[in-house]
Write a protein that binds this ligand. Structure first.
Ligand code: NAP
Length: 474
């Protein structure tokens, strides 16, 4: 299948042809052109023109377009899920869930488009403001550059495109080069829903060229990026004076108190660690268990890990498909080997076949091992013994990251202690850090990023506050 770039409402050719492959079979499932500088420039020009069209469109019309998009996504669930499963290697059952979530993200955006409020400001609270009436309103920023990763090729695009349009902006989207086909399908849907030409433009190609041209262009008012901390840092360096949101990585901890339901925790942690082969920014990676329940929990967690069905993501029974490429599976294998050399034990897994890496549980790890200190972004979780709850909280916090953490306990005092002490953008009580509802504020502290997504919160950062002061004639 041949695909094209979307610029100003037209599907156009570009430069070198990129091949997109099935991550399980390796067969080519689509080809599309890489954008050259001229296509990126044309996309930005189109977005600049469309930004004024979107800014002057009535809120109820923007809302209707987004609601129509949600309906069309829902109608095409099976096609979209199969594209995600093939190009990202995500098990089909989870690819379908991703589509459901994208329907929800667009539905919430349709609702939020109607409630972008300002406030009155009592200017006479200062003597200089006596005799003035004041209010502020939110105005769209203009052109939003959206750069997305491979691991949720639909819903993480939705989290950028839907709020940008809801707020009355135009978008230039650059999806991950390994998974652009879902983004093409979404752009088709947006056009079918009736988006004005240029409101959404799609350029595909390497981050180092296409991505950087977008980020550094002064016509872009806002960059919204999800991906790795290294690229996030680079974006901050080259963006210049513009708004930037960074949704980056994590090495998510789970804190397990002895009063928790161990069977439940083991099953939730297995799903949270291996879903999408652990290639989720909030994947369960470090599980801190108090000594009293360490052995029984480990046994249950190993059993739950071994129950995961590994294989072809298009097979309905499969839980864990391939990683995004063989190189990534090799990297994960090398980190596990390095940990073993340092004394870590493999309780189950530790096996690789091409791009597939088996669900793996490690024990006897050390805090400075890569499998603990860095984001593994693969299906590997470590179970770590702790003396007491405070020790678990301290170790969970001992990281450069700060996206989400999970805590399992029935003790209300421990719950509030954890909420107070954990330096994470989200604290999830009695579930894993993988929990996310698409309208909640979502984002990280420290190396996990800057800003928040979750439609309403993204809209806040895709709008400028405009203050109005009116001198009243007496
Ligand atoms: P990545 O390598 O950082 O790539 C993300 C996107 O950035 C891709 O579209 C990539 O293009 C582009 N890019 C690469 N270099 C660039 C540059 N110099 N300038 C501008 N854009 C550039 O990340 P990934 O491997 O796709 O995703 C994995 C990472 O994303 C993990 O760290 C994960 O934790 C994080 N993530 C975070 C969240 C969150 O919400 N916090 C959610 C999902 C994933 P190419 O594809 O062409 O390289």
């Amino acid at each position: 299948m041949e695909f094209k770039l979307l610029i100003n409402g037209k599907w156009v050719a570009g430069g070198d042809i990129l091949e997109v492959r099935s991550k399980y079979t390796g067969e080519v499932i689509g080809v599309l052109p890489s954008a050259r500088h001229e296509e990126v420039d044309a996309a930005l020009r189109a977005a600049e023109d469309a930004a004024s069209v979107m800014a002057s469109m009535a809120a109820h019309k923007r809302s209707a377009l987004l609601a129509r998009t949600a309906v069309l996504i829902a109608e095409k669930t099976e096609d979209l899920a199969r594209t995600i499963a093939a190009e990202a290697g995500k098990a089909l059952k989870y690819a379908r869930l991703e589509v459901d979530r994208a329907v929800n993200t667009f539905t919430v955006a349709a609702e939020e488009a109607k409630r972008i409020h300002g406030e009155t400001v009592p200017l006479d609270a200062a003597s200089s403001g006596e005799g003035y009436f004041g209010y502020f309103a939110r105005r769209p920023v203009g052109v939003v550059a959206a750069i997305s990763p491979f691991n949720f090729p639909l819903n993480l695009v939705a989290h950028k495109v839907a709020p940008a349009l809801a707020a009355g902006n135009a978008v230039v989207l650059k999806p991950a080069t390994s998974t652009p086909l879902t983004a093409v399908e979404l752009c088709r849907i947006l056009m079918e829903a009736g988006m004005p030409p240029g409101a959404v433009n799609l350029v595909v190609g390497p981050g180092a060229t296409v991505g950087e041209w977008l980020v550094s262009d002064p016509r872009v008012a806002k960059v919204t990026f999800t991906g790795s901390p290294a690229v996030g840092k680079r974006i901050m360096e080259i963006a210049g004076i513009k708004r930037v949101t960074l949704e980056l990585g994590n090495n998510s901890p789970v804190i397990l108190a002895p009063d928790a339901d161990l069977d439940y925790v083991a099953k939730r942690c297995a799903l949270g660690a291996y879903y999408n082969s652990g290639q989720v920014c909030i994947s369960v990676q470090r599980i801190y268990s108090q000594q009293a329940v360490y052995e029984p929990f480990l046994e249950k967690f190993v059993r739950a890990s071994e129950a995961m069905v590994v294989g072809d993501p298009l097979d309905e029974r499969v839980d864990v498909g391939p990683m995004i490429d063989i190189g990534e599976a090799e990297r994960v294998a090398s980190w596990v080997t390095e940990a073993q050399v340092g004394g870590a034990q493999v309780a189950t897994g530790g096996k690789r076949d091409g791009g597939v890496y088996w669900p793996t549980v490690l024990t006897s790890v050390q805090p400075d091992m890569k499998v603990v200190a860095e984001e593994i972004f693969g299906p590997v979780a470590s179970v770590i013994q702790c003396e007491h709850f405070e020790d678990a909280l301290r170790q969970a916090n001992d990281t450069a990251y700060g996206l989400q953490a999970g805590v399992f306990t029935r003790d209300v005092n421990r719950v509030f202690q954890a909420i107070r002490q954990l330096n994470f953008g989200g604290v999830i009580i009695n579930d894993t850090p993988v929990f996310r509802a698409d309208h909640m504020p979502y984002g990280g502290n420290r190396k996990s990023g800057v800003g928040r997504e979750g439609v309403r919160f993204a809209i806040e950062d895709m709008t400028n506050i405009q203050m109005v002061a009116i001198r009243l004639e007496s």
